[in-house]
Design a protein around this ligand. Sequence first.
Ligand SMILES: Nc1nc2c(c(=O)[nH]1)N(C=O)[C@@H](CNc1ccc(C(=O)N[C@@H](CCC(=O)O)C(=O)O)cc1)CN2
Ligand SMILES: Nc1ncnc2c1ncn2[C@@H]1O[C@H](COP(=O)(O)OP(=O)(O)OP(=O)(O)O)[C@@H](O)[C@H]1O
Length: 276
Amino acid sequence: MRRGLVVVDVLLKGERSLLMLHSTCCSAISSPAIANRTSSCAKTSMATTVQAHKKALRSDIRKALKALSPQQRAHEDFAIQSTILGSSWFKWSQRLCAYISCPALREVDTSTILSQLLTNSDSEHQVQTQKELYVPRVEDKNSNMRMLKITTMDDLVANSMNILEPSPLDGSGNQREDVMSATNPVDLFLLPGVCFDKEGRRLGRGGGYYDVLLKRYQDLALEKKWNKPLLVALAYSVQIKDEGVIPVTPTDVPIDAIVSSGGVIPISPIAKEKMS
Ligand SMILES: Nc1nc2c(c(=O)[nH]1)N(C=O)[C@@H](CNc1ccc(C(=O)N[C@@H](CCC(=O)O)C(=O)O)cc1)CN2
Ligand SMILES: Nc1ncnc2c1ncn2[C@@H]1O[C@H](COP(=O)(O)OP(=O)(O)OP(=O)(O)O)[C@@H](O)[C@H]1O
């Protein structure tokens, strides 16, 4: 109880201490010994303040993204997509989940990557090297999102948020394959987000869609004894924040690497091994 009061006291003293405190609080809450000594009221108060801080950060980044010139965005979009298309980890990936970039949300463009991977075939060796691609479909407002397989960009239709997504049935009326019931593992996720840091923190749009799906997929990989997929975020330079700025909670899934216009930033040991 006392710990909770101290937290609230310190929170009133200013922005910076608030931020640092949250990182500590949130990891503290995930420790059962400390969680038991923290009142549910203090936990609710901390969670509320973390959410408020995430909201403020999203708003700042949204403004910074709107201030980018079309030329700067195009330069970064090209550099990021070229880095990915030229990398060995992308070339070797067989199955991936990727987002369909939405220009209105000022997301790093994925259209070149997606069209290239859907059309690619190795004519010299007469083998189909086409990768399998799964893309997001929001199912409801309770953080439920599925990743469904598509084979062409024509499989996509705009949803109520004006984001392109697949219909549940394909052109022949068959259910599209859901990545959670696929026979083989996904190697790579290309992730959207609002901002990221070089320690692997990721702030999304606030729906919890990706955090929930990534946790479910990591649990599935564990159960099936598959390697975990590489979680790679695509970021404009203004989306990369200093450490200690992005507040995290125990349900925020850390990323393995960032790709920005400056190149790849490997973060986790597996990313350092596969992407350096
Ligand atoms: N391209 C893309 N597809 C995606 C996501 C994404 O972030 N990007 N999602 C990832 O979750 C899911 C959809 N979730 C979304 C959540 C919020 C907003 C959105 O328009 N947010 C506004 C703010 C709205 C508000 O504050 O009321 C914004 O961010 O400007 C869009 C998609 C699944 N598909
Ligand atoms: N694995 C999970 N299980 C249950 N709830 C979750 C899980 N992950 C996130 N949430 C909830 O979803 C809500 C939004 O979380 P948060 O603000 O961290 O989303 P985000 O990271 O911005 O969005 P996204 O994950 O879609 O990119 C929070 O209320 C959070 O508690």
